[in-house]
Design a protein around this ligand. Structure first.
Ligand SMILES: [Zn+2]
Length: 450
């Protein structure tokens, strides 16, 4: 009995201790110093609704949310969203009626899965995603509650506004190998809502994230210069076997033949080397893929508070969230450009301009669960905000946090850069809610309360 009591105490105490050893004041001071050093523009805490504070640059205008209200036997549910449109985050509150003992609320999705409500002093809250590809006309929820031994339930319908996203076309010249591997690992298909579909690689060679209609430079395979003619769709082309055969044979050869043979042997060696490089590359990609999926499997406690932050000290969007990118692969045949395939890849995040070295702030309180260099994302940080909510910050020039560290909204976590698959210095910010990518900017319309 005593043991049970102790473990209950522990469960209650641990989150309280985490909060206690992180005084907000010192964080604020640090942030303002950072701003003065690296930018003329200054972020400030701005109020949204009754008690939400958003640390945002002065050129960012906060869009007031749309609101819907539902009632069940006198209990009120308020639902907020920027537009209740595809790609938006939805914030839902259930308000505890005054002076009632024993108030419990439960929420289920259309398939009967219970949704993770956070219980607060004033009731319950939850963030819900509307996927960019969500074809539903409405969010259907089942709301059950008990208020002082009276049970009630209601079906909630929240209409989804259809939104169209712009489409851009990217051209990618197919190298000798990699044509299948790289984009699929990084980008995921249009219909893939998994967090693995993090960032699709930007074509190298452009001068910025806007420069997409131009033909971009050839995507080089690792350790190998792309050859101009003999492209292959199926993988590396090999002549090495015939070269090895001739090396083993015992025929008399002329000096010229010998020179030819040695050249072939050298070529075969080089190809073996690049095969080794390819295999190392594949190992790295596989490792990074598993790191990503491990991170997204985490089920951390809800750490989000009434304080949110813009990730930058200026608001300049160079590529909107959910712009679909039509990636056209081509190669040259007899001097003519021939299309060899096209895929539609969704841009699951927002690109924000910034000079290299300018600050990146955590968008909400959370725990750093990944902070490392990755092939596609460059220097990449993922912050776990709890209950399946993660934010991701890509292409950084410098990481300023470590895995395991707790960060506050508005705390500087890194610097803008141009690492990984990126066409110029910018921050790619992603936000995932239980596996569904949403537009991070839509978070700043939500009057989230502690
Ligand atoms: Zn991006």
């Amino acid at each position: 009995m005593l043991r049970v009591f102790q473990s209950i105490l522990l469960i209650i105490l641990v989150p309280a201790m985490l909060l206690a050893n992180d005084p907000q004041d010192s964080v604020d001071t640090a942030m303002h110093l950072d701003d003065q050093k690296s930018s003329k523009k200054k972020n400030a805490w701005r109020k949204l609704g009754q008690s939400t504070l958003i640390y945002a640059p002065d050129d960012f205008s906060i869009q007031e949310p749309e609101q819907m209200t539902f009632k069940l036997e006198g209990v009120r549910m308020d639902v907020y969203s920027r537009d209740f449109a595809q790609g938006d985050v939805v914030y839902l509150e259930i308000l505890r009626p005054a002076g009632v003992h024993g108030f419990y609320s439960y929420l289920y999705d259309k398939d009967g899965n219970q949704l993770p409500l956070t219980r607060t002093a004033w009731g319950y809250r939850i963030l819900l995603p509307i996927g960019a590809q969500d074809k539903r006309e409405k969010i259907e929820l089942l709301w059950k509650q008990s208020v002082a031994d009276r049970f009630g339930k209601a079906r909630i319908e929240i209409p989804i506004n259809e939104k169209s996203f712009p489409q851009t076309r990217w051209y990618n010249r197919v190298g000798q190998f990699l044509p299948e591997i790289a984009p699929r690992m990084a980008g995921g298909e249009e219909s893939d809502p998994s967090p693995e579909a993090a960032e699709s690689p930007d074509p190298p060679g452009g001068s910025g994230t806007e420069n997409r209609e131009n033909l971009s430079a050839v995507q080089p395979a690792p350790g190998k210069e792309p050859s101009s003619e003999s492209g292959s769709d199926t993988g590396p082309a090999h002549d090495s076997q015939s070269a090895l055969d001739s090396a083993d044979s015992e025929i008399q050869e002329t000096a010229e033949e010998r020179e030819k043979r040695e050249q072939k042997e050298k070529q075969a060696l080089e190809e073996e080397k690049s095969e080794e490089q390819l295999s190392n590359f594949m190992k790295k990609i596989t490792l990074e893929k598993s790191l990503r999926s491990q991170v997204f499997e985490r089920k951390g406690n809800d750490l989000i508070t009434s304080r949110l932050s813009h990730p930058r000290d200026m608001h300049y969007v160079t590529s909107q969230c959910f712009t679909s990118r039509v990636k056209v692969s081509y190669r040259y045949e007899n001097g003519r450009r021939v299309e060899v395939g096209r895929r539609v890849v969704m841009h699951n995040g927002v690109d924000l301009r910034g000079r290299p070295g300018t600050p990146i702030y955590s968008i909400a309180d959370g725990q750093v669960v990944l902070a490392r260099s990755m092939h596609f994302e460059g220097n990449f940080t993922i912050i776990d905000h709890g209950l399946g909510i993660f934010s991701g910050y890509m292409h950084q020039s410098n990481l300023r946090v470590q895995v395991g560290q707790y960060v506050r909204a508005g705390e500087r976590i890194g610097d803008v850069g141009n690492t990984g698959y990126s066409t110029g210095p910018h921050l790619h910010l992603s936000l995932w809610i239980r596996g569904v990518p949403v537009d991070p900017i839509s978070l700043y319309s939500l009057p989230i309360r502690d």
